[in-house]
Write a protein that binds this ligand. Structure first.
Ligand code: MTE
Ligand code: LUZ
Ligand code: MOS
Length: 759
């Protein structure tokens, strides 16, 4: 089945927030943001803004009618700065004007007197100063202290891991329309309509049921709109409240870069020990997460770093510790993988170092220590359907790991100025929100008398194909053509209290809710049919290709006939469905439990060619065996694997987010911040789905696919590093990311690069 939006997307006819017809008298909002990263606000003067000809109103923290608070897990984030600024770009005032340009020009006229405070941008420094968010966390299994003596090899090291900008095509935006009785309707580009609804209500001081949030689709979210779309929804609503007019806010790319949070950079220390055969015995790691200036989702992200700290390996003795460190950067947030990738990068670094020390191929250590059924992870979950070895062995066979290694060694013997490298990258990703209560979803389904079907869920289509998946599931349950099904916008008045569309769980949660709703209607139709046709209880009823089938024999009744007659018999043709993932739990006091419904697995083989004179490289190929359950839609699932891979490759190689020591973003636009494009992506990408087992919690046996394949991108880092090692640098390269061409040169020629810097 084609993506239901494919034609609209490719012809530009798909609507986004600001494509809807403009309501009469709509105003435009812009933000006046902080120009320094940490300071007390001594005074603020908005008179020059107010004097601007286009300006209708200015809102500051003092004039917020409800609560000036948008922190979701921890209430530590004012919507508009109040007394202190904590990062460059932090909103100070909301400007409402008749034109978007007028609003921006006027916003530049804000005059602020600051009392400067110390700026911290490094998480280790923040930690040393005690500037942390929430409790520190530690997962522990076995006894690392005692195990070090049994190790024949022990390595230690550090990592500095870069952040990542989401670069969704559609920047943050929202539109708000004031309704009668002080109610508010908000269109938002959010992954979390309920978060937007709740926070708009809180900021305006009105009940949740006075706010309706509607989301048609997103031009990409990638986690950047899981929490942080809320702010712009609140600004639009606040502007509409202040002026009584509809208000739209649309961030320009550079504003979005500067004002919104990103993937968290991390600093980490690791220590890994193994016996003489490469069997891993003990692992310790300390993670310093760069949270930025407010909590946002950082505590959740931190927790997922610990869950994925041992990737797809069994290590009997583990102690991993993590702290979320408050710095003067924009609050960092969810980004595909949600802290998992950073955890995985550190264990892969440790294994790479250990392999070097032992003089073996990393792949030997990786394969030796893969998770197996019955293994228990450091957080207490025991694996029952582990497919780590299966995906590895299938990849090793399909892509011939040993031939690859021989071929590359031969190439490197005969080449001086270019070297090839490769890596194997096994992945393991836990599926569920780690915040257990979020694992719930609702759906509302109507069947109309002409047999057409309307499906609403709490899930968001952000480009990942949710609408297509929901239509397909509905058509499979009812036995009707998917073209009869329309998946509606996501609206808080049709489905309430929805969780964000995130954690790769949207199809599982909302899909199961749709199955529940649609099945109720089908059951009612069949009960009606039984009595109408006087069928015995034992008769088996199905609908196949829109025809009612009794005991395997097609009847004269079509789907339309059935629906039409049921309506006349006053059968309810609407239903609400609900799903909550069973049997998941976690106890934060013991740090043990069963947080995930299941895990997904896979293995990638990456090859690269590095120009060791100039530092340039290309990724030659990425070949993947991915554990998919029964795919709901192979084309969409393949798109998810390839898209996630692109983002993972970008994060590890070219996407270089740089802040200076004053907290200023140096790579604040798409000229200085490079993302992968068609030319960068390897010509040779091969994805093999393992689709031989049903995931019993997934609709129709499917497994989640949104985030996990991002982890394959980590393989590219180690493939490039493998090529650098083949060159034989004077110093062993470190484990800092991203591996930009500049960094390649710095690793290969540290002394020369320092000299050039001095020049
Ligand atoms: N794919 C597209 N095209 N656009 C997106 O914004 N977000 C990713 C992933 N794939 C994203 C995407 C992220 S971060 C998540 S969590 C999942 O999609 C969310 O959708 P799912 O739960 O349906 O997998
Ligand atoms: N969001 C969240 C997530 O709140 N909890 C999670 O576990 C999660 N995982 C991945 C992405 N977003
Ligand atoms: Mo995805 S980071 O769970 O939005």
């Amino acid at each position: 089945m084609k993506n239901v939006d494919a034609a609209k997307h490719s012809t530009g006819r798909a609507n986004y927030v600001d494509d809807e017809l403009r309501p009469e008298g709509m105003l435009f909002a812009a933000i006046a943001g902080a120009s320094i990263a940490h300071a007390g606000i001594r005074s603020m003067d908005t008179s020059a803004i107010e004097a601007h000809a286009d300006v209708v109103a200015v809102v500051t923290s003092a004039s917020i009618p409800g609560e000036n608070q948008v922190g979701s897990i921890i209430p530590d984030e004012p919507l508009l700065a109040d007394g202190t600024v904590r990062y460059i770009g932090q909103p100070l005032a909301l400007v409402l004007a008749r034109t978007a340009t007028g609003a921006r020009n006027a916003a530049d006229l804000l005059s602020v007197t600051y009392d400067q405070l110390d700026v911290v941008v490094d998480p280790r420094e923040a930690y040393a100063k005690g500037s942390i968010i929430g409790p520190t966390r530690q997962f522990e299994m076995g006894d690392t202290e005692r195990s070090w003596q049994e190790c024949t090899h022990i390595v230690e090291g550090t990592c500095e891991i870069g952040g990542q900008e989401h670069v969704y095509l559609e920047t943050q935006r929202a539109r708000a329309v004031p309704l009668e009785d002080a109610r508010m309707r908000v269109q938002s580009s959010t992954q979390s309509p309920y978060a937007a609804q709740r926070h708009v209500a809180r900021v305006l001081g009105i009940p949740d049921n006075n706010v309706e949030v509607d989301v048609l689709r997103l031009g990409g979210g990638f986690g950047g709109k899981e929490d942080q779309a809320t702010h712009w929804a609140c600004f639009a609503a606040l502007g509409a409240w202040a002026t009584g007019s509809p208000v739209e806010i649309v961030l320009r790319r550079d504003e979005d870069f500067r004002m919104t949070g990103k993937r968290h950079p991390y600093a980490a220390d690791f220590k890994l020990g193994a016996d003489a055969n490469g069997k891993l015995l003990a692992y310790e790691a300390t993670f310093f997460q760069n949270a930025g200036a407010a909590a946002d989702l950082s505590t959740g992200v931190l927790e997922r770093t610990l869950y994925h700290a041992t990737n797809s390996y069994f290590i009997p003795n583990v102690r991993v510790f993590a702290a979320s460190c408050r710095t003067n950067l924009p609050p960092n947030t969810a980004f595909r993988g949600f802290g998992g990738p950073q955890g995985v990068f550190v264990i892969e670094s440790a294994i790479s170092k250990l392999a070097q020390r032992m003089g073996v191929d990393s792949a030997n250590i990786q394969r030796t220590n893969l998770l197996q059924n019955g293994d228990t992870l450091p957080y207490g979950q025991t694996l029952s359907d582990c497919r780590a070895v299966r995906t590895w062995d299938r990849a090793a066979e399909e892509f011939d790991f040993s031939e690859t290694s021989r071929r590359i060694a031969a190439f490197n013997r005969s080449h001086v100025g270019i070297k090839k490298g490769y890596s194997a990258m096994p992945i393991c990703f836990g599926i569920s929100f780690t915040t257990t209560f979020l694992n719930q979803a609702g759906a509302l389904v109507h069947v109309y008398t002409d047999g057409s079907v309307s499906v609403s869920t709490g899930g968001i289509d952000m480009g990942q194909g949710l609408a297509t998946n929901m239509a397909r599931i509905t058509s499979l349950v009812l036995g009707i053509d998917a073209s009869r099904v329309h998946v509606e916008s996501t609206n808080t008045t049709r489905v309430a209290n929805m969780s964000p569309s995130a954690a790769s769980s949207t199809t599982m949660l909302n899909g199961n809710a749709v199955v529940s709703a649609v099945s109720q209607i089908k059951d009612r139709l069949f009960a009606f049919l039984r009595s109408d046709l006087d069928l015995p209880e034992s008769a088996v009823l199905t609908i196949e290709s829109e025809r009612v089938v009794v005991d395997g024999t097609p009847t004269n009744d079509s789907w339309n006939d059935l629906v039409g007659r049921a309506y006349l018999a006053r059968i309810d043709l609407s239903a609400h469905g609900f799903f909550a993932t069973p049997d998941i739990h976690f106890d934060k006091t013991t740090e043990k439990g069963h947080p995930f419904a299941y895990h997904t697995y896979g293995t990638a083989l990456t090859e690269t060619t590095v120009d060791v004179i100039r530092g340039r490289y290309r990724i030659d190929s990425v070949r993947i065996v991915h554990d998919m359950g029964r795919p709901l839609n192979r084309v969409i699932d393949l798109g998810q694997v390839e898209g996630a891979l692109a983002q993972g490759l970008g994060w590890m190689t070219m996407e270089d987010l740089q802040y200076d020591s004053s907290g200023r973003l140096l790579s604040g636009n798409l000229a200085s911040y490079k993302v992968p494009d068609a030319h960068f992506m390897p010509d040779d990408i091969e994805v093999v789905f393992l689709e031989d087992a049903d995931e019993f919690l997934g609709p129709y046996g499917s497994k989640a696919v949104g985030e996990p394949p991002l982890l394959y991108g980590i393989g590219a880092y180690f493939a490039i590093r493998n090529a650098l090692m083949a060159f034989g640098p004077s110093e062993e390269p470190g484990f800092d990311s991203p591996m930009t061409p500049e960094r390649v040169l710095m690793q290969l020629y540290p002394e020369q690069v320092i000299k050039m810097g001095a020049l």
